[in-house]
Design a protein around this ligand. Structure first.
Ligand code: NAD
Length: 484
């Protein structure tokens, strides 16, 4: 399938969306294929006015959408889920072309994205309230749940579909309307999902979309008294700005931010399972994942075995354009991402790290980096302190459980953590001691619509997915009834 075939589909939208109509603008910005540098689309560069129009549309649509029964909203959401799955192959191609991840992974993300719509189609019917024992005779107290109102969903480029549906599923289920602002690298994936939402029966104005002038869009959203909630996924730095700005109008906030995940391999671990988990976790999406391992802590007694096995496996990973058969590591999103990886690797090597695999830009050039394993890393290196967000496995030695837990926690972040051990009492002891919103224990994957997703410390506020995800879009209203 060529880019032309993608462009010929009605799902390929390049405008901004207000009241169910995609509108164009004279000013545009280019969306590039990160594997080839080719321009895929020129997208309307929305700013203040378009954002205000989008918010106004969402406000107008709110009364009608919240008035539908939960079951009616559920039926529409379920239809949207089905349409996403029916279009999996096309959506996967679009995502690979726009974002770079290998096709199989992109299709996996389409399914993962759809799973949130399916889950919240079910949860829509369970926005239950409570009946509270009254304090005096002849009275009742009811705690009811209502939609928070107009929502702004701001999403990153690394999971351009799933990060959006993880917000829109519960928002729509709760009866909220909103405006989405996808990352400028990947608006097309988000817009395609909205085109399908319309086809599924989501009424015009319920979902509106803008991309382009991020500062103007952000300012218009923040200044609005109608937008009652910001649901953001992205970097901690931007998240902090948004929380500060939200204070002015006291918007509710949900923040899914960056991480610095540790992955601890204890001396009693199943080493082969730990190596397999390391590959699956670290090299998925070329390491551009918020729950991607940033620091591999390996017990000194198994360090050589683990790093040798890991390096051998990593050297065999096929790098290339994600549309090509057999490719498992695609390009990074843009040149700046390559520069960050280079900076982290060079800093580590200058401070004593040993290159065990890869270590430099890939011969394919452009946005490709060799899958890399670095040994003898130490906690003072840049890659130990901040997200590298690239295909670099940094390995550190440790001696004792107490020491490694302390080092794992020595970061302002706390999104995901992983450890491998066969010792049950250690499972509970270490799980309790590690400061993290999610922990994989002999398990390298922590993302599913079924489990609460979110971080502690500077990794965020709130939870997405699971039964908790719906709560983030509901307000509690308490009714005190007397004279009964
Ligand atoms: P980013 O913070 O640069 O951008 C995220 C989104 O915010 C984009 O749409 C961007 O255009 C927008 N944005 C940027 N500045 C803004 C501002 N001042 N006001 C309003 N919006 C603004 O992040 P990114 O580079 O797109 O994504 C990578 C980051 O996201 C990493 O730190 C990663 O860990 C994090 N992430 C977290 C999760 C999670 O669930 N916790 C999931 C995926 C990614």
């Amino acid at each position: 399938m060529t880019t032309q075939v993608l462009q010929d589909s009605p799902l390929f939208q390049t405008g901004y969306l207000v009241d169910g109509v995609w509108k164009s603008l004279d000013t545009t910005f280019d969306v590039l294929n990160p594997a080839t540098g080719e321009i895929i689309a020129s997208v309307a560069k929305a700013g203040k006015k378009e954002t205000e129009d989008a918010i106004a549309a969402a406000s107008r649509a709110f009364a009608g959408w919240r008035a539908k029964t939960a079951k009616e909203r559920s039926v529409i959401l379920y239809r949207w889920y089905e349409l996403i799955i029916e279009n999996k192959s096309w959506l996967g191609r679009l995502m690979t072309t726009e974002q770079g991840k290998p096709l199989k992974e992109a299709e996996g993300e389409v399914e993962y994205a759809a799973s949130f719509i399916q889950w919240f189609a079910e949860q829509a019917k369970r926005a239950n309230g409570e009946i509270i024992p009254p304090i005096k005779p002849g009275s009742r107290i009811l705690a009811t749940r209502e939609p928070v109102g107009v929502v702004a969903a701001i999403t990153p480029w690394n999971f351009p579909m799933a990060m959006l549906t993880r917000k829109l599923g519960p928002a729509l289920a709760a009866g909220c309307t909103g405006i989405i602002k996808p990352a400028n690298n990947t608006p097309l994936s988000a817009f395609a999902l909205l085109a399908l939402a319309k086809k599924a029966g989501v009424p015009d104005g319920v979902l509106n979309a803008v991309a382009g002038n991020t500062a103007e869009i952000s300012d218009a959203i923040m200044a609005s008294h109608e937008v009652r909630k910001i649901s953001f996924t992205g970097s901690t730095a931007v998240g902090k700005t948004l929380v500060r700005n939200a204070a002015e109008t006291m918007k509710k906030v949900s923040m899914e931010l960056g991480g610095n995940a540790p992955y601890i391999v204890f001396e009693d671990a199943d080493i082969d399972a730990a190596v397999q988990g390391a590959i699956a976790n670290k090299f998925r999406n070329a390491g551009q994942v918020c729950v991607s391992v940033n620091r591999f802590y390996i017990h000194e007694s198994v360090y050589d075995t683990f790093t040798q096995k890991l390096s051998t496996a990593v050297s065999a990973l096929k790098v290339g354009n994600g549309l090509e058969e057999g490719v498992v590591v695609g390009p990074l999103i843009e040149p700046a991402a390559i520069e960050k990886v280079r900076e982290h690797v060079e800093d580590a090597v200058a401070k004593g790290a040993k290159v065990l695999a890869g270590g430099k830009a890939h011969s394919l050039g452009g946005n490709f980096w060799q899958p890399t394993v670095l040994g003898d890393c130490s906690d003072g290196m840049k890659l130990a302190q901040e997200e590298t967000f690239g295909p670099v496995a940094a390995c550190f030695r440790f001696t004792s459980e107490e020491e490694v837990v302390q080092r794992a926690n020595a970061t302002p972040f706390g999104l995901a953590a992983y450890f491998y051990t066969q010792n049950l009492s250690r499972v509970f002891r270490v799980s309790q001691a590690i400061e993290s919103g999610m922990i994989g224990i002999n398990e390298c994957a922590v993302s599913t619509e079924l489990g609460p997703f979110g971080g502690v410390k500077e990794s965020g506020l709130g939870r997405e997915g699971s039964v908790l995800g719906l709560e983030e879009f509901l307000e509690v209203k308490t009714l005190h009834l007397g004279g009964l």
